[in-house]
Design a protein around this ligand. Structure first.
Ligand code: HEC
Ligand code: HEC
Ligand code: HEC
Ligand code: HEC
Ligand code: HEC
Length: 395
């Protein structure tokens, strides 16, 4: 019996990662626009739309860097990262034969080259990534994420949160991961990722302390009264529905950071004591490896500024040659100094005795100095300080 069960498990897992071609009618978000324009517009402002090589400078620079350092072709790395960044790609791995063809420049007409340059992939994580998933295999271990954790429905079948939806354009089916248990869907990719040698430095699923808190409540917003489709299917009117927004606002949106941590400060003996309290169900910083919380202190007295100091909460990564590197090429990382989920972090530093006041500014950056330098990132968005909170304390 046990044997039979494990065989059944193996057979059902085998469906994960199987490529199912998306029909021409559903490939691009523009195919959905006629009836879901409001949703398409919101999603186009999201970083799911931007998760592609052509649109995200940081992602592009990381792919290029990994390709250089691993001596693998650019296309091979693109295919690897596509597991989560472009899961509808039609090729899921590359082999040594491909590497040889790529080195010789003979891969122009190969399946891999065509797959990587398919126009609809430019849309990144689009509608038919999330809504064409049939099953999620949450039982699979850490190494199975992205397309390796899901199986796809037949093309033209949209999984959604409603059990009574009818559309003339596509079939619909209710799924729990679109309604009661959407965290499962987010954890398909947001766990987050492993390095070239399989190391995992940040795991959002493991650190999550919110069994009942849904990612969608905060990152797609509370449900509001509107309609899912503009098609007039309900006595000449669009059917009224309770829906969420598809903006997936997060770390790249400055306004989301305001008060994301509660900050207080005190003086105890010779020390300035700063407390960061995190009410969120995940750590901060969390997610992708190079994120940073920056604490800047300005000391003042009646003469004006008399000094400054700073503390950076981030991870530093070392390559196998013990040189600073980017998360994907790391062999080891510095200790985790993030503010834990539903917890707090207390930071003590020597108080500058010349000052009567210390002003403490806490902000967030998408990429720390070290990684920004290694990758030579140019867009100001990567170094921009997004304000979280500001407090002051008197001596
Ligand atoms: C197929 C993989 C995948 C799935 C499924 C997925 N995401 Fe993402 N998500 C990503 C990737 C990759 C990025 C980073 C894109 C980039 O920055 O280029 C991202 C980025 C984000 C961001 C960050 C936006 C920002 O401004 O920093 C948020 C928030 C987010 N996702 C929320 C969710 C939620 C909520 C769910 C579940 C409903 C979900 N994601 C499901 C892969 C996925
Ligand atoms: C990262 C995953 C993800 C992507 C990408 C995505 N959706 Fe959704 N979508 C969801 C989730 C989760 C829900 C359920 C939200 C809820 O709780 O109501 C949903 C709900 C919907 C609904 C039902 C209305 C509602 O808000 O509940 C429609 C229609 C829809 N999506 C269409 C689209 C279209 C069109 C696109 C592409 C422009 C798209 N979705 C992209 C995850 C996604
Ligand atoms: C000709 C109009 C039309 C087009 C084009 C269209 N849809 Fe729909 N869709 C609908 C209607 C109508 C509904 C049902 C709305 C309701 O019941 O509230 C629907 C429902 C949905 C749902 C919710 C299903 C559920 O069971 O909860 C999703 C998801 C969805 N569509 C995704 C898409 C995607 C992705 C595309 C583009 C590939 C697309 N639709 C193109 C008309 C359309
Ligand atoms: C109670 C609200 C809440 C819930 C629930 C929640 N988040 Fe967040 N999350 C936030 C806020 C607020 C931030 C900080 C500002 C921002 O990035 O949006 C954040 C930040 C993030 C970041 C960026 C982290 C960093 O340090 O760079 C990611 C990625 C993310 N959330 C994904 C998720 C995922 C995936 C889930 C579900 C497993 C989830 N969030 C659940 C509110 C929430
Ligand atoms: C297991 C799924 C998964 C795989 C595979 C994956 N990523 Fe990601 N990646 C994510 C998620 C989820 C995010 C968003 C996390 C966040 O915003 O904190 C992300 C974000 C990023 C970011 C930050 C983008 C930004 O705009 O800030 C970079 C850079 C990145 N990934 C590079 C890569 C590279 C290079 C590869 C391939 C070598 C890769 N990723 C493979 C899941 C994955």
């Amino acid at each position: 019996m046990k044997y039979l069960l494990s065989m059944l498990l193996i057979f059902s897992f085998a469906d994960a990662a199987k490529v199912v071609a998306v029909g021409e009618k559903y490939k691009s978000s523009s195919d959905c626009q006629a009836c879901h324009n409001h949703i398409v517009k919101e999603w186009k402002n999201s970083w799911h739309f931007n998760s592609h090589y052509k649109k995200d400078e940081y992602f592009r620079a990381s792919v290029d860097y990994v390709s250089r350092k691993t001596h693998k072709s650019l296309n091979a790395i693109k295919v690897e990262c596509a597991t989560c960044h472009n899961p509808r790609i039609s090729v899921t791995s590359t082999d040594t034969d491909y590497e040889i063809a790529a080195v010789l420049g003979l891969d122009k007409n190969s399946k891999v080259n065509k797959a990587v340059h398919d126009d609809t992939l430019n849309e990144g994580i689009n509608c038919v990534v999330c809504h064409n998933i049939d099953k999620i295999y949450s039982e699979l271990d850490e190494s199975h994420r992205g397309m390796n954790r899901v199986s796809w429905s037949k093309t033209g079948l949209m999984s959604g949160p409603f059990s009574d939806a009818n559309s003339p354009y596509h079939k619909t089916e209710y799924r729990e991961f679109m309604d009661k248990d959407p965290n499962q869907l987010c954890f398909v990719c947001h766990a987050n990722d492993h390095t070239a040698t399989g190391k995992i430095f940040i795991n959002m699923q493991e650190e999550y302390k919110g069994a009942k808190e849904k990612c969608v409540t905060c990152h797609m917003g509370e449900k509001r009264e509107l309609y899912a489709s503009t098609l007039r299917v309900d006595n000449g009117k669009p059917k009224a529905r309770r829906i969420r927004a598809h903006g997936f606002e997060g770390a790249h949106t400055g306004s989301m950071w305001k008060d994301a941590l509660k900050v207080s400060a005190d003086i105890s003996g010779d020390d300035l004591v700063i407390t960061l309290k995190n009410d969120l169900p995940h750590n901060i910083p969390s997610g992708f490896g190079s994120r940073e919380v920056l604490i800047e202190i300005e000391y003042k007295n009646f003469n004006g500024k008399v000094g400054k100091d700073f503390v950076s909460l981030t991870k530093h990564y070392l390559s196998k040659y013990k040189k600073p590197t980017i998360p994907h090429m790391a062999e080891r990382s510095s200790a985790d100094d993030s503010v834990p989920a539903k917890g707090e972090k207390v930071i003590k530093i020597k108080y500058n005795k010349k000052a009567t006041t210390a002003v403490i500014t806490v902000s967030y950056r998408l990429v720390n100095d070290e990684v920004r330098k290694i990758l030579k990132l140019k867009d100001p968005v990567w170094s921009q300080k997004m304000p979280i909170a500001k407090v002051s304390v008197k001596y």
